[in-house]
Design a protein around this ligand. Structure first.
Ligand code: KG4
Ligand code: ZN
Length: 393
């Protein structure tokens, strides 16, 4: 079972894995994602305290739904007395830390049925610390109730392995992962991260480039906010940019291509955001609004600036590492223009590229369960700790 609560998606998944003739195989029982994006929209970014509360409210109902839909076999039942005693062990701490989570667990009779699962994989980081703690606490509680080990998972590793899924729909069929020639190069782009990772093998990684300031998704979100578009901004910018291209609207300003000539694999997007801010200030009408065509033109220029920068860094990273394959992961990899550009680069180099499906590009627990099954330490007894990173709010 996978649990993911690092940001504003509450996600749970159940998978089954096996090794047949030395080859890893998986099948998906279920993967559910409850997005809080609409709630955070009013804040123009993810609001950590709200994310924490929502995860606390959503985890138990989502788990009940997952068990109902997957009809996971039951391997035992806790007596009322046992359940009450186990509950009592964490009652005081949890009531103080996360009353919503406590309340929903205390009233969840279905938790007395012990599902036939072998391990619980949970995102330990990176992410929003208060949000991560909810998933970790929940993992610890169900692990205690059902006596099942916990496997801590790195969220970014989840994004890497998730892109190797051949199929992300629940099915009785066993699948193999897509075959990734090694060494691979993973390009991870989300609201919190922009990373180039050299993949020696699954489980052995080296970060070879990252952002000095804002993440690429963050740049999309902040620019969207300046244009008066809702959070998360990526899809909205992308839509306006497409309309500009279709309607032949030219860019009203030219934005910088940050770090394009830096000669390394580092990124920086805060200057781009500042350039957008100045352009918006200059173009705003007296009532503060912006012309619709102007917004479209700016969105196109912004997306192009990002795309040119990311493409150049991808090319440089391929040259430097001699990578034989490319994996793209993280929420921003849903962007159509970027996908096309990355695809063209891979084709030029005659190397395979692994792009996530829509379900996998956003945050989900399927990739977390998969990462644990592939490289997780099933015997780990260490105390879990949320590895938080800053995020926009
Ligand atoms: O991986 P993810 O779901 O969550 C984090 O771990 O951050 O990534 C979310 C980010 C947001 O910044 C969102 O604006 C961006 O992915 N995003 C996009 C698109 N769809 C989502 N950015 C650009 N174009 C898109 N189509
Ligand atoms: Zn993510």
């Amino acid at each position: 079972m996978g649990i993911e609560t690092s940001c504003d998606e509450t996600a749970l998944a159940l998978i089954e894995t096996r090794t047949e003739g030395g080859v890893f195989e998986y099948r998906i029982l279920g993967s559910l994602v409850h997005s809080q994006a609409e709630l955070h929209s009013a804040y123009g970014g993810v609001y950590p305290t709200l994310a924490k509360r929502e995860h606390g409210k959503n985890l138990v109902p989502l788990l009940e739904k997952l068990f109902r839909e997957t009809e996971i076999p039951i391997r035992g039942t806790l007596e009322d007395q046992q359940f009450a005693e186990k509950l009592h062990a964490f009652e005081n701490d949890l009531k103080a830390q996360n009353p919503d989570l406590y309340e929903s667990i205390a009233h969840a009779g279905f938790l007395k049925k012990i599902p036939a699962i072998g391990a619980i994989a949970v995102t330990e980081g990176p992410g929003l610390e208060p949000a991560l703690w909810v998933g970790i606490t929940f993992a610890e509680i169900v692990s205690w109730l059902w006596n099942v080990p916990i496997i801590p998972v790195n969220h970014m590793e989840g994004h890497i392995v998730g892109s190797l899924l051949r199929d992300d729909k629940p099915s009785k069929n066993w699948h193999k992962l897509l075959d990734m020639p090694l060494p691979g190069l993973a390009f991870l782009m989300s609201g919190g991260h922009t990373e180039l990772v050299s993949v020696e093998s699954i489980g052995t990684y080296k970060i070879i480039g990252q952002t000095k300031d804002d993440a690429v998704g963050e740049a999309f979100d902040k620019t969207a906010r300046l244009l008066g578009l809702p959070y998360p901004g990526g899809p909205h910018i992308s839509k306006l940019a497409r309309e500009a291209a279709e309607q032949g609207i030219a860019s009203p300003v030219s934005l910088p291509r940050p770090m394009l000539k830096s000669g390394d694999l580092e990124f920086s997007f805060s200057g781009l955001k500042t350039a957008v801010l100045y352009a918006v200030r200059k173009a705003a009408k007296p009532d503060g609004t912006l012309d619709e065509a102007w917004k479209k033109g700016l969105a196109l220029e912004f997306e192009t600036a990002i795309a040119e920068t990311l493409e150049a860094k991808l090319r440089k990273a391929i040259d430097e590492t001699g990578a034989k394959s490319v994996i793209i992961g993280g929420g921003v990899s849903a962007n159509r223009v970027l996908r096309e550009r990355f695809g063209a680069v891979a084709q030029e180099h005659a190397m395979p590229i692994f792009l996530p499906t829509p379900h996998i590009s956003g945050d989900n627990a399927l990739m977390i369960a998969l990462a644990a099954a592939l490289v997780g330490d099933f015997t780990s007894t260490r105390k879990l700790k949320a590895h938080g990173t800053k995020r926009l709010a």
